[in-house]
Design a protein around this ligand. Structure first.
Ligand code: AHR
Length: 527
């Protein structure tokens, strides 16, 4: 009996020991067995991902233009072309920037374009009332911007002044930049050194008309839009003029409803939408020194884009089932406190792996809604908010956001592929978010690209990708990751975070398996 009991005891000990060894093994096995599955139909793409989804935004704000793009026509210390930094041009070309929105933002509805053309010493100055109350000398104007876009190979997207400008002023701007014949404005353009028109297709009629653009109601603005749009002549030979209404803030669905209902569709080509990833407007918190809770809250706000785009699109579908009118998310990105010691009106913030997570997830959302989202503009390109470039005198940093934009540029003008994603959750406290987001496309040479972002701050995610509709022979990839979420590129260490070759994916029988580190972005290439 005693022996028997001893045996039982021994047996219990052995079982307990086995449990101690087996359970963790089983647990890690379960972790390794992927809960994440992506299914892609490589032969079922229908919609083109408009390259303009990868657009940027440059406002006369802080050091976005002055000290960012533009260092002055006579600058001898920083290599430039007509005052625009050469290193900035080269970086943005490499990123394949497809579109640039200018001159605002709130600034646009205070801007009088005629003050920014002609001899620079005769240009009137103005006060930038929205951004720091600084004096604007109008030395960077229409010619600088449109020549810059030509250099970049990017579509210009001009925000016209509707809030404090006149119908005549806006219609003359169009004639100045787009008319090839003889007219007062095109003749003035020639006098100012530009013979051929620039053919600017994309025009915003005001900005945030519900706020800094005039505090209008949706109903009132819709009528104002009708009036301005009527006098916007399409001077572009063989080209289309896209008239884009100032859009809703976040979930103001009434705004979109009224635009779609009250503006005749022959006058309307797009409606804007602005959404910033922000924790709390009254407590935005540091761009670099943030807790996991703050990271989670930012990502929750970023992922709200999915719901916003879905619901605004559903309203548009009701009035425009043929999807003629685009949803233009012409301001998006992370917004935090300014860097300590900088002018609060200049919105200068650093850029970390958190921003890479915002960019990766947001661009996946836009890709997956490419049937309606055909334009978007990250706020903003240089030295302002979620910038792709930061400058300090002759130095320049390409931010983690830049690298995501550059990695994802393979999707530009490619065909969106239908994709089904089953993902683990990323849990903090009682809340959870999907760990993964993904989108896929096939380019004109039949090459498939899959972009995946893992926002989970702790967990390496195992992923299985099932492909049908093509024979995959080879998978390669690039990854953006770093040791800490708060990591950034600094002027002392500008290349700390940059894309690397990703060797963690393997392919067998059209099934790809890979493991993605916490807070990382991967873009796979399948041939
Ligand atoms: O991007 C900064 C500002 O945010 C823009 O000027 C305005 O449109 C928005 O409120």
């Amino acid at each position: 009996m005693v022996r028997f009991e001893n045996n039982i005891h021994k047996y219990k000990i052995i079982i307990t020991m086995k449990k101690a060894i087996i359970l963790p093994l089983l647990f890690s096995f379960l972790l390794a067995v992927s809960q994440n599955i992506i299914a892609i139909h490589a032969d079922q793409g229908k919609t083109i991902i408009n390259k303009n989804i990868y657009g940027n935004f440059a406002e006369h704000l802080g050091h976005g233009i002055y000290g960012g793009f533009y260092v002055g026509d006579t600058n001898k210390t920083i290599p430039n072309t007509d005052g625009v930094r050469n290193d900035v041009i080269a970086a943005l070309r490499k990123m394949k920037i497809p579109m640039l929105r200018w001159p605002g933002g709130c600034f646009a509805d205070t801007y009088h374009w005629k003050d920014g053309v002609g001899p620079k010493d005769k240009r009137p100055k103005m006060v930038n009332t929205w951004w720091g109350g600084v004096t604007e000398d109008n030395s960077f104007g229409t010619h600088n911007f449109l020549n810059l876009c030509e250099d970049l190979g990017a579509e210009p997207y001009i925000s016209g002044n509707v809030g404090s400008g006149t119908v005549q002023e806006l219609s003359q701007w169009l004639q100045y930049v787009n008319f090839d014949g003889v007219s007062p404005m095109s003749d003035w353009r020639r006098q100012n050194g530009r013979d051929k028109p620039w053919r600017v297709q994309y025009w915003g009629l005001g900005n945030e008309a519900w706020g800094c653009g005039g505090n209008m109601t949706a109903e009132y603005y819709a009528n104002v839009f009708r009036r301005y749009a009527t006098f916007m002549t399409n001077w572009i030979k063989g080209g289309h003029l896209y008239r884009i209404a100032s859009g809703a803030s976040d979930d103001d669905y009434h705004w979109t409803e009224v635009m779609m209902r009250d503006i005749p569709h022959n006058l309307l080509d797009g409606i804007g939408l602005h959404h910033y990833s922000i924790i709390d407007w009254n407590n935005k918190s540091s761009a670099t020194k943030f807790t996991e809770q703050e990271y989670f809250a930012t990502m929750k706000s970023a992922l709200q884009m999915e719901e916003l785009v879905t619901k605004h699109s559903a309203i548009m579908d009701k009035y425009d089932p043929g999807k003629k009118i685009a949803l233009a998310v012409d301001e998006w990105g992370g917004w935090y406190d300014v860097e300590p010691g900088t002018n609060p009106g200049f919105l200068y913030q650093q850029n970390t792996m958190r921003d890479a997570m915002i960019a990766g997830t947001t661009l996946n959302i836009f890709n997956n809604h490419a049937d309606r989202v055909r334009m978007a503009n990250l706020a903003q390109t240089i030295n302002v908010l979620q910038a792709v470039i930061l400058t300090n005198k002759e130095k320049i940093i390409l931010t983690p956001t830049y690298h995501v934009m550059e990695m994802y540029n393979v999707h530009q003008n490619a065909t969106l592929l239908p994709l089904k994603l089953t993902t683990d959750d990323y849990k903090v406290g009682n809340e959870e978010l999907p760990s993964l987001s993904a989108s896929a496309s096939k380019d004109s040479e039949g090459v498939v690209h899959i972009s995946i972002t893992n926002i989970n701050a702790h967990t390496q995610e195992g992923i299985t990708i099932n492909i049908d509709g093509m024979n995959c022979n080879k998978v390669t990839g690039r990854i953006l990751s770093s040791a800490k979420l708060q990591d950034d590129n600094t002027f002392e260490d500008p290349d700390k975070i940059e894309p690397k070759r990703f060797t963690g994916a393997s392919l067998k029988d059209n099934v790809i398996t890979l493991k993605m580190p916490p807070f990382s972005v991967v873009v796979l290439t399948l041939k």
